[in-house]
Design a protein around this ligand. Structure first.
Ligand code: WTA
Length: 656
């Protein structure tokens, strides 16, 4: 965050109460009611979740133990059997929702499609049967690399239907990144599309899959299922590649949901961390189902009459929890949009809101800041009066953007639901409940009932009100990640031993800095580790460094985040070259493209600086703090006396 953002957040005092008309009709109607729920959950978390699990989900068999906590490994609803697709689909078919819109899809360029619950159920069952026919059985992992089309959601649900954990890889990742993830997950099959539309261009997804699989790149993959989207020419390898529409046309629509154990794996989703390799975050069935269901219902006050739109991509956790599973479990109408705002279509979001009468709208601060820049005329040219609740996620929102969102998009009548959470947490952790929680611009407000959030120092001691510290969670919650796929030690070490456990008490280390104010409101200050957040996309600096040094011209690289008014942070890379190489603008461009090839377009460095040497300690560790200061144009803070060679810093500074 830039200094000016931090200052404006520190001075923020405004308080906005939920509109009385909204509160009266809400699931949770007042702050007092929230506080009661919070106190009840805190007194006996297991009983609190058990009651909700019984009320809100359908089970094939009841559980015998609500929580089995062997720190840091949790099991929820042990012994229970269910299938999340039964909760997302079948149970609604028995009600009037049968013919209600489950998914509304607005595609590029101008296509659209609506699937009722009955239609979605049918396609999910057919797709599930196709997976079975291609040899996928319970427990097999399936990669999904898709554009934002209904088939992406159908593919996820089809996997869940038969108990095959999916691992969705965002379509903006490169073939290399896809390959790594398919290998780590040992995926048996990949579901993709010929291509996708993005920003007036098409993205050749199938070609990327081909590239990932060339030369036995991902030997576990036996079959590729291809959805036709762009209709561009692609190559189909006989025996391995199959058209989705061909196989679905022949498939039976009868596919009973596989009875899953509460703790059976639902999906793996890769995310960036401090160390180089992205980690496979594992989520399981029952706890995830319950928690995404409850958070979606209470925080967004989701009603049967709502058209709900989350603008995320299904390749991220936000798409998993709040486009697919959370809304569908509630029987809601979830809107999927294939487009992204771009200069040629600056009003596209507002067109969609008007066209479908969207009631709940959920997006990222980066998008909001981009809209502010585009000007008020675009939202003002559309009828946005259907909106009743606005949400934000992914990065801290600066108070200016919050107020603009509230006034210009929300017409000063919509609560702003700023949701803090992570891939690892599965669902919202700190968030207002739309009808209950008074909001402060820039604060994610209070923890969800059942979430014991705290701010602590490096020893794990709580810090005083308004003092900064590390954000932690003190008690397991149903949708917490269960492990890093194939690496329990990394899970333990990264999240639970970063702050040493005391008296047998393990606390979850989120990796974010935060402050809690005198009212118990949380203010998230951004990552405290080597993770950077570019336009709400989470990237590890080490991943980008590894990508850079894999280029033959590069000797060493250090990547830091630089505050950016639009993207939140931008990627700034310091690079030293091999002796044989000389710096040039062409080489900079080549290196940027190299990172795009290695990771994906979201990781393209905003700036590369060539340096003769990088500042290091005597033991050879790069001192990133100084690089961050330099990149942000700040004074160098901290002690330079531990540096091996003081002149390095001077030379670097001269370049700025
Ligand atoms: C950041 C996205 C401030 C935070 C759901 C977190 C936020 C990381 C907020 C997780 C918010 C997410 N306010 N920061 N409302 N929401 N973050 O795993 O740094 O892609 O640790 O999950 O995004 O990113 P991830």
């Amino acid at each position: 965050m830039s200094q000016s953002t931090i200052e404006s957040i520190l001075q923020e005092q405004r308080l906005f109460s939920p509109p009385p008309e909204l509160a009266e009709q809400a699931h949770i109607k007042s702050f007092a009611e929230y506080e009661q729920l919070y106190a009840k959950a805190k007194a006996d978390p297991a009983a609190f979740w058990a009651e909700l699990a019984e009320q809100e989900l359908d089970w094939f068999e009841p559980w015998h133990t609500v929580l089995d906590w062997q720190p840091p490994f949790a099991k929820w609803f042990v012994g229970g059997k269910l299938n999340i697709t039964y909760n997302c689909l079948d149970r609604h078919l028995k009600t009037w929702r049968r013919n209600k819109a489950a998914l509304i899809w607005e595609g590029e360029p101008g296509d659209s499609r609506t699937l009722t619950y009955a239609q979605l159920h049918r396609e999910v069952c057919q797709a599930a049967n196709v997976l079975k026919q291609l040899g996928v059985t319970k427990g097999d992992r399936v990669g999904i690399y898709m554009p934002m089309v209904p088939e992406a959601a159908i593919a996820m649900l089809a996997c869940a239907r038969i108990g095959a954990p999916h691992t969705v890889v965002f379509g903006g990742f490169s073939a290399e990144a896809l390959k790594d993830r398919l290998n780590d997950a040992q995926a048996k099959l990949v579901i993709t599309a010929d291509g996708g539309f993005r920003k007036d261009k098409t993205i050749p997804l199938k070609a990327a899959v081909d590239q990932a699989l060339t030369n036995d790149g991902a030997p576990s993959v036996q079959n590729v299922l291809v959805v036709q989207r762009t209709k561009e020419a692609i190559s189909m390898q006989t025996g391995r590649d199959h058209w989705w529409h061909d196989l679905l046309a022949e498939a039976s629509a009868d596919c009973p949901p596989e009875p899953m154990d509460s703790e059976d794996m639902l999906f793996i989703l890769y995310t960036s961390g401090t160390t180089g390799r992205p980690k496979g975050v594992v989520h399981t069935t029952a706890g995830y189902n319950l928690y995404t269901h409850m958070t979606c219902k209470w925080a967004f006050d989701l009603k049967d009459t709502d058209v709900y739109w989350c603008t995320a991509d299904v390749g991220w956790i936000t798409g998993h929890s709040y486009i697919v599973y959370g809304p569908l479990s509630n029987g809601a109408t979830s809107l999927m949009y294939e487009g992204v705002p771009r200069p040629s279509n600056p009003g596209c979001f507002w067109d969609v809101v008007e066209k479908y009468g969207v009631n709940i709208f959920y997006t990222a601060p980066t998008a909001i800041r981009a809209f502010i820049k585009l000007g008020n005329e675009y939202p003002q040219a559309r009828d946005l009066s259907s909106l009743r609740i606005l949400g934000t996620v992914g990065e801290p929102i600066n108070p200016e953007a919050w107020i603009w969102y509230q006034q210009v998009i929300g017409g000063s009548k919509c609560p702003i639901v700023d949701t803090w959470w992570q891939t690892e947490t599965g669902g919202f952790m700190i968030t207002p409940l739309a009808g209950a929680t008074p909001t402060k611009p820039g604060s994610a407000t209070r923890p969800f009932p059942g979430i014991l959030a705290d701010v602590v120092d490096l020893e794990g001691n709580p810090v005083a009100d308004n003092e900064g510290g590390y954000l932690v969670i003190r008690h397991p919650w149903p949708s917490m990640m269960r492990t890093v796929y194939g690496d329990d030690e990394r899970f333990r070490h990264t999240y639970w031993e970063h702050l040493p456990p005391r008296n047998g008490q393990y606390i979850y280390f989120a990796g974010d800095g935060a402050r809690r104010d005198q009212d118990g409101y949380f203010w998230i200050m951004g990552r405290v580790d080597d993770v950077i957040n570019v336009s709400g996309h989470r990237l590890g600096t080490m991943e980008i460094e590894s990508a850079l040094v894999s280029h033959p011209a590069v000797a060493e690289a250090a990547v830091v985040g630089r505050p950016d008014d639009l993207k939140g942070e931008d990627i700034f890379a310091f690079v030293t070259l091999e002796n044989t190489q000389s710096p040039s603008e062409d080489l900079k461009a080549e290196l940027k493209q190299h990172v795009v090839n290695e990771i994906g377009v979201i990781a393209r460095p905003g700036e590369i600086r060539f340096a003769e040497a990088l500042p290091k300690t005597r033991s050879g560790k790069i001192i990133r703090r100084f690089l961050r200061n330099l990149a942000s144009g700040e004074e160098l803070v901290g002690d330079a006396s531990t540096m091996e060679d003081q002149s390095v810093l001077e030379k670097l500074r001269q370049g700025f």
